[in-house]
Design a protein around this ligand. Structure first.
Ligand code: ZN
Length: 342
């Protein structure tokens, strides 16, 4: 299958990250790209550069004020005396129904869920090209390819319509799903990242045309904490079109595949015309986040099982952090899915 990636996606290089209150190096490093590219090549995929798709497909799932914030906040931040080198929030509204602040500091708190997504001078372009890789993969599938892979980095599934979070700025999986909707009446998003896809859930929560399904480590004691529980089922016309499958910590291949089978029942009942796979590889047993215990052969079986759904599929890269097996895990998934088909 074809894979999409643009060099600009590597320029975003966040430095800081607060973990349990302690400053740590940010794990969403540009080096992830090298490992993932190696994995794509080993799976036999041809890598192509996406076209510039403009703001249209991105503004279809994000608000204008949020996109304006992402594009311009770094420049504004630099004019604040004594400000940090990267845009990092230090105050958040408890409820987001108050007034919209005019200051960069206030807007950073309004539009950023946590400290894991620092914004530098390169962030906006990297995030845009990452989204355009997802758009290109979606258009490739709409043109008749059975599947396409988007090496999206920075990742996207923690980004809401107007909030960044968890290393994510533009929700690439949501962008891909919305592009597919031009042709497909019903689209399912299956998120297999270690972490709950809270941004994706939020974007489609009140919609019955995009089914969101997420398998992840139980958020009762794990990021993103406030979302990802089994009782979150959607709202209004979207009630019943969100399905969360939280897994006990350290669940391994058998438990993951069993939950995947439950996810498939819901997806088949929905009868989608196309599928977006939000492919996090951080459920791996050796991932630095250590939440679940999926093995490299496990990713191959997960890929094979999803491929057997037989749906036109856009595979969008989400998480998966630096460890020796990161590239192998991607190869395993894509090969299992059918990565050697061209
Ligand atoms: Zn993750």
């Amino acid at each position: 299958m074809k894979a999409f990636y643009a060099e600009e996606q590597k320029h975003h290089d966040p430095k800081a990250f607060l973990s349990s209150g302690a400053a740590q190096p940010n794990p969403e490093k540009p080096e992830r790209v090298e490992r993932l590219l190696a994995g794509v090549k080993s799976a036999g995929c041809a890598i192509e550069r996406p076209r510039n798709h403009g703001l249209g497909p991105v503004s279809a799932v994000h608000t204008p004020e949020y996109l304006d914030f992402l594009e311009h906040v770094f420049e504004r931040w630099q004019r604040i005396e004594g400000a940090s080198a990267e845009v990092i929030p230090n105050i958040h509204p408890i409820a987001r129904n108050g007034s919209y602040p005019a200051s960069a500091v206030g807007q950073a708190g309004y539009h950023m869920a946590d400290t894991a997504c620092p914004i530098s001078g390169e962030t906006w372009q990297s995030a845009l090209w990452s989204a355009w890789s997802a758009v290109e993969a979606a258009e490739t599938v709409m043109a008749g390819a059975p599947a396409a892979y988007a090496l999206c980095r920075p990742p996207g599934h923690h980004a809401f319509a107007d909030v960044a979070g968890g290393f994510c700025f533009i929700n690439n999986s949501a962008v891909a799903a919305q592009v597919l909707r031009k042709q497909a009446a019903r689209v399912a998003i299956l998120d297999v990242d270690l972490h709950h896809g809270n941004g994706t859930q939020g974007i489609f929560y009140a919609r019955p045309d995009v089914l969101t399904v997420s398998l992840h480590a139980d958020p009762v004691r794990f990021y993103p904490f406030f979302w990802g529980h089994a009782d979150e089922r959607g709202e209004g016309p979207g009630l019943g079109y969100n399905f969360n499958l939280p897994l006990p910590r350290k669940s391994a291949d058998a438990a993951f595949l069993e939950a995947l089978g439950v996810a498939f029942q819901r997806i088949r009942a929905f009868s989608p015309d196309a599928l977006v796979v939000a492919l996090g590889l951080d459920a791996f047993q050796g991932d630095p986040f250590g939440g679940l215990s999926v093995t490299t052969p496990g990713f191959s079986r997960i890929g094979e099982a999803i491929g057997k759904l037989g749906l036109p599929s856009v595979i969008v890269q989400e998480g998966g952090y630096l460890c020796d097996e990161l590239g192998d895990n991607l190869t395993a998934f894509l090969t299992g899915f059918g990565g050697r088909m061209r």
